[in-house]
Design a protein around this ligand. Structure first.
Ligand SMILES: *Cc1c(COP(=O)(O)O)cnc(C)c1O
Length: 384
C-alpha cells in the first residue's frame, strides 16, 4: 500500500507509540487523582503541555487539550460568540474546513450574522477583504492558516494585525500547517489557534486550543474543573503524551524532504499527463506536503478508485466531503468550473513516502487517465 493521503491522517510514529504505551498499561491513573499514580500522570501531562506551548511560543496556561481539531474549532468559534454577546458578527472564509463552516452556520441559526469571504484563484484570503468586512459588531475573525485541500497558506500575520487594530478576536485553524509552517503567537497577533495530533504522526482524538491570556471565553462543555475550568472531561493522558512526542520529533529535515517529494510529483505529473491543472498556490505559499491536480474531462472519484485498486491511497478534495458527490467547496470558491473541480485529486505526502513511490504513481496514473478519458464524453483532447 502506498499512502498519499497524509492531509487526512498520518501513520503514528514508532517513537510516539512508545511514549504513549506506558500510559495505557503501567500508569493508567486519572490525572485528577490525588494519589501518587495520579500525580505522576499529571506531571507527564503538564510536561506535554509545556512542549506544545513552547512549540508556538505560548505559556502552558494558554494551552487547552481537546479531542481534536473539530472540537477546538467548535469550542473557539461558538464560545467566543456566546461569551461576547454584545457583538453578533463573525467573519470567516468560504474555504474553511467543514467544522468551521458548520459551526458558523449553526451560529447563524442562533441569531448571529456571518460573513463568508471570497478567496482568490489560488485559495487565498485577501487581508484587505477582512479589514473591509469588520464592523463595530464583529466579535471574531476565523481564517485558516493553511487549506487542507489545496495547501494554500494564508498570511495570518497580516490578518492578525488588522484584527488587533480593530480589537476583534482572531482565531486560526492550523491543523494542516502546525509543525510545517512556523507559528509564533507572540509575534503574530492571534487570540485562538487550533492544532491537532493525527496530522503530524500523533494519535487520533487529541488536539489543543491555544487561548491567549485575557481572552473572554467561557467553558462550552459542562463538567469538572479540568483544563483550567475551560474543558471538562478526564484528560486523554496517553494521547496528549503522544501529541507532545509527535511535536518533538517534527523537524526541518522532514519538511525539506517533503518539499522534495512535492516538487518532484508536481513536475512529473505536469510533464507526463496532458491537460492537467495544478490547483492552489505556487510553491512559496504552498504546504510542503500538498499536491492537488485537476485532470480535465474525468471524475476524481473514478481516478481515486482505480488508484486504490493499484494500492495507492489518495483523496478527492477533503476526506470529510469524499462521501458526498458534490464538487469541492474550496475549488468552487477558487473559481473552478464544476467539471474541472470534479476531476481533482489531492496527493499529500509525509516523511514516510519516497521518490520511488511517486515514480510508481506516475506509471499507473498515465494509463488510468488515458482509459478514463477514452470513456469520457466530457473529454476531447483539444478541448480544455
Ligand atoms: C483535520 C482537520 C480538522 C479536523 O481535525 P480532527 O482532529 O480530525 O477533528 C480541522 N481543520 C483542518 C484544516 C484539518 O485539516
Amino acid at each position: 500500500m502506498i499512502y498519499f493521503d497524509n492531509a487526512a491522517s498520518t501513520k503514528v510514529d514508532g517513537a510516539v507509540l512508545k511514549a504513549m504505551t506506558p500510559f495505557f498499561d503501567k500508569n493508567y491513573a486519572n490525572a485528577s487523582s490525588i494519589h501518587e499514580m495520579g500525580q505522576l500522570a499529571k506531571e507527564a501531562l503538564e510536561k506535554a503541555r509545556k512542549v506544545i506551548a513552547d512549540s508556538i511560543n505560548a505559556s502552558p496556561e494558554e494551552i487547552i487539550f481537546t479531542s481534536g481539531g473539530t472540537e477546538s474549532n467548535n469550542f473557539a468559534i461558538k464560545s467566543i460568540a456566546f461569551s461576547n454577546k454584545e457583538k453578533n458578527h463573525i467573519i470567516t472564509s468560504k474555504v474553511e474546513h467543514d467544522c468551521v463552516l458548520n459551526s458558523c452556520k449553526w451560529l447563524e441559526s442562533q441569531g448571529f450574522k456571518v460573513t463568508y469571504l471570497d478567496v482568490d484563484n489560488e485559495g487565498r484570503v485577501n487581508s484587505k477583504d477582512v479589514k473591509k468586512a469588520i464592523t463595530t459588531k464583529t466579535c471574531l475573525v476565523t481564517i485558516m492558516h493553511a487549506n487542507n485541500e489545496v495547501g494554500t497558506i494564508n498570511n495570518i500575520s497580516e490578518i492578525g494585525k488588522i484584527c488587533k487594530e480593530k480589537s476583534v478576536y482572531f482565531h486560526s485553524d492550523a491543523c494542516q500547517s502546525y509543525t510545517k509552517v512556523p507559528i509564533n503567537v507572540k509575534e503574530i497577533n492571534i487570540d485562538l489557534l487550533t492544532i491537532n495530533a493525527h496530522k503530524i504522526h500523533g494519535p487520533k482524538g487529541v488536539g489543543a486550543l491555544y487561548i491567549k491570556k485575557g481572552t473572554k471565553i467561557k467553558a462550552w462543555q459542562s463538567g469538572g474543573s479540568h483544563e483550567f475550568r475551560l474543558r471538562a472531561g478526564t484528560e486523554n493522558v496517553s494521547g496528549i503524551i503522544g501529541f507532545a512526542k509527535a511535536v518533538q520529533i517534527s523537524s526541518q529535515k522532514n519538511i525539506n524532504y517533503m518539499i522534495k517529494l512535492r516538487d518532484y510529483a508536481i513536475d512529473k505529473i505536469s510533464k507526463n499527463i496532458p491537460d492537467v491543472k495544478l490547483n492552489g498556490a505556487t510553491v512559496n505559499d504552498r504546504l510542503c506536503n500538498n499536491v492537488n491536480f485537476s485532470f480535465i474531462g474525468i471524475e476524481g472519484e473514478s481516478i481515486l478508485l482505480m488508484l486504490s485498486e493499484k494500492g495507492i491511497m489518495v483523496s478527492t478534495g477533503s476526506a470529510c466531503s469524499s462521501t458526498s458527490l458534490e464538487a469541492s467547496h474550496v475549488l468552487l470558491a477558487m473559481g473552478l468550473k464544476h467539471a474541472v473541480a470534479h476531476g481533482s485529486i489531492r496527493f499529500s505526502f509525509s516523511k514516510y513516502n519516497t521518490i520511488k513511490e511517486i515514480d510508481y504513481l506516475i506509471k499507473v496514473l498515465k494509463p488510468i487517465i488515458t482509459k478514463l478519458r477514452a470513456m469520457s464524453p466530457l473529454y476531447s483532447g483539444d478541448k480544455k
